[in-house]
Structures are given as structure tokens and as C-alpha cells.
Design a protein around this ligand. Structure first.
Ligand SMILES: [Zn+2]
Ligand SMILES: [Zn+2]
Length: 342
């Protein structure tokens, strides 16, 4: 099969790789599409501690089941599925406490195992979410990002009819703004430094969209940092109202630091929470994507074949896109046979 392979930080190419074969409890999917997100840029650049090269990125996948391991029950060739990329061992102490995203052996498809910037990907059957025939397929590329957003909102637990401010008008900022509005939280303000992104945000969300310098004295009890930029984190903390809450959602560089006032956290009784990836939130995300497909689908703005990966990554880096996906297209060769085990 053809796949995007990152052989060293910043070095990637489309290569032929062996077709994946499902382990007994796995399936192989023919990838219909897989998104590119900011975490992928960090992975491609070798900035996260989880990178293992050579790596096939891609953790926002959906596709068609083309091979089924012999121990798999409940999935068949031809099923359309969205894939939760999370790989939690299930046996370590955090896993046994229900905190699988803190797993001591944490992994993810597209990070610690080959992902879906490829024609085919093997995945544990337990990670699949079947798409019923009436599921709005155009919105499925957002299932994984929405699962991360749902986890973030589980952590923040915002209350309806109170204002919120979201820093960052990338995919996640806009998904979060839409979900806040859908949950009755608002008015929602979205903040971004990039005028092109602000224009897209104003078109695609109900939020009041502003540049940081246009915020004046605006504060909110619910503030979300969705850029990963330490400077934006500082600005976001400044916007938290007294007794308010800040969700740190963006992925900063692991060694980046920011300045905070401990006195303010004390005196204003601020709550700062983080949210990492997905935890028990994929089923809710599948329901959310279905219910709000009309609002979420327009966020999928750009589509490239595997050979367009360089152009796609350049587009994502410049911020002139919301969600860019790689679509390898239907397989042009016989798919790997079912009932194969390894
Ligand atoms: Zn992602
Ligand atoms: Zn574990």
C-alpha cells in the first residue's frame, strides 16, 4: 500500500509499505479520509516525546472494514467505521481507575503505531464506532476532534447562559465554540491573531470574533486556551473572571513555559484544568456529530490525496484552512483478505 512515512523529524515521503494484516482482535480499514491537526505538525517535527520514527501519522480516521481478525465479533467486511485512536493498556493503575488517557503505556494510532495517512490501517476492533447507513458521512472527519472537545468540556463543565471566551480559531477553537453554543453556553467570543482565521470563524460559528487587542475589558467565567501558544495561555488567564475557570486545551511545546500570578489564582479563586486527548468521550462525540452535522460539516474545508501531503501540511501551517483531510481514495487493488491473523 501507499502511505505517508515520516523517516526522521521533518522528513516525509509517500512510500510503499506492506499492507497491514489484522491481529486476531483487530480489523484493517481502507481509509476514506484522515484529518491533519496541530498535534500531527508536532509529531512530524519530532517535538513530542511519543514520536517513533519511521512513523505513519494520522489519528483522525474513518473508513471501510476490509479485513477482520479471527477473534473479532460484531464487525464485518464492508462496515463503515470511525476509529478512536486511543491505545490504553487497560492494566496499569491509571487505566484500572478509569483514567486511560493517563495510561503508563499510553499510545495512539498515528503516534506510537502506524496511523491513517495511508491506504490501509490496522486498528483494534474495540476502537471502532460503526456508522449506520443514515450517518452524515461528510461530518465524520470531525468525530475524533469532537471527541477531544467533548473530553475538554467534560473537564471544564461550563454552565449554560454564562459567557465563554475561546482563544484560537483553528479547528478545535471552532469546534469548541460550536459545542459551547449547542450546550447553551454563551455568548461565546472567539479570539485569534490571524485575520483569515477570524473571517472563517465569523462565517462558521455564531461567536463574536475578535483580535486579542479588541477584547477591551472583556472577561468570562469559562475561558478555553485552544492554541498551544504560551503567550495565548497568559492572555487567556487574564480573561478569566473572578471565581472563573480556564481549560488548557491547546498542545504547547513540552518545554514551553508561561508566567502566572499565584496571588491571582488565590485571590480570585481561579480554577485551571487541562484536558488530554480522549477519555470515554468518543460515543458522545458520535452522537454530537450526528446531531450537529449541519454546523460541523462546513469545518471540513480542504481535501488532498496522499500525494498532496506536502501542500496539505503547508496549508495547515499557514492557517488558511479549518480542517484539512487526506483522502487516499478507494483501494485500487484487491484488499487484504479477511480472517487473517498474525
Ligand atoms: Zn488531532
Ligand atoms: Zn494503562
Amino acid at each position: 500500500m501507499r502511505a505517508v512515512e515520516v523517516s526522521a523529524p521533518g522528513v516525509l515521503a509517500v512510500r510503499d509499505r506492506p499492507d497491514p494484516v489484522p491481529a486476531p482482535d483487530e480489523v484493517v480499514i481502507a481509509v476514506r479520509s484522515c484529518g491533519i491537526c496541530g498535534t500531527d505538525l508536532h509529531l512530524v517535527d519530532g517535538e513530542l516525546g511519543t514520536d517513533r520514527f519511521p512513523l505513519v501519522p494520522g489519528h483522525e480516521a474513518w473508513g471501510e472494514v476490509v479485513a477482520v481478525g479471527r477473534a473479532v465479533d460484531g464487525h464485518a467486511v464492508g462496515d463503515l467505521v470511525a476509529v478512536d485512536p486511543s491505545l490504553h493498556c487497560g492494566g496499569c493503575d491509571p487505566c484500572r481507575r478509569g483514567q486511560g488517557n493517563m495510561c503508563r503505556r499510553w499510545g495512539a494510532l498515528g503516534a506510537t503505531r502506524p496511523g491513517a495517512w495511508a491506504e490501509f490501517m490496522a486498528a483494534p476492533a474495540a476502537n471502532l464506532h460503526r456508522l449506520e447507513p443514515d450517518y452524515p458521512l461528510a461530518a465524520v472527519p470531525l468525530a475524533e476532534p469532537v471527541a477531544c472537545a467533548v473530553r475538554g468540556l467534560d473537564r471544564l463543565a461550563p454552565r449554560p447562559d454564562q459567557p465563554a471566551i475561546v482563544f484560537g480559531a483553528g479547528t478545535m477553537g471552532l469546534v469548541l465554540a460550536i459545542l459551547l453554543d449547542a450546550r447553551g453556553v454563551g455568548p461565546v467570543t472567539v479570539v485569534d491573531v490571524n485575520p483569515a482565521r477570524r473571517a472563517l470563524a465569523a462565517r462558521l460559528t455564531p461567536a463574536d470574533v475578535r483580535a486579542p487587542e479588541e477584547l477591551a475589558g472583556r472577561t468570562a467565567p469559562w475561558v478555553i486556551e485552544a492554541t498551544g501558544d504560551p503567550r495565548a495561555f497568559e492572555q487567556a488567564l487574564d480573561r478569566v473572571a473572578r471565581a472563573g475557570h480556564l481549560l488548557v486545551f491547546g498542545v504547547a511545546a513540552p518545554l514551553a513555559t508561561a508566567t502566572v500570578s499565584p496571588y491571582r489564582i488565590y485571590a480570585d479563586e481561579l480554577t485551571i484544568v487541562g484536558s488530554m486527548a480522549i477519555l470515554h468521550s468518543f460515543p458522545a462525540a458520535m452522537d454530537t456529530v450526528r446531531r450537529h452535522a449541519a454546523r460541523l460539516t462546513p469545518l471540513v474545508t480542504d481535501r488532498f490525496g496522499l500525494d498532496g501531503v506536502d501542500a496539505a501540511l503547508t496549508l495547515v501551517r499557514t492557517g488558511g484552512t479549518i480542517k484539512t483531510v487526506l483522502a487516499p481514495g478507494p483501494p485500487d487493488r484487491p484488499s487484504p483478505g479477511p480472517e487473517v491473523s498474525r
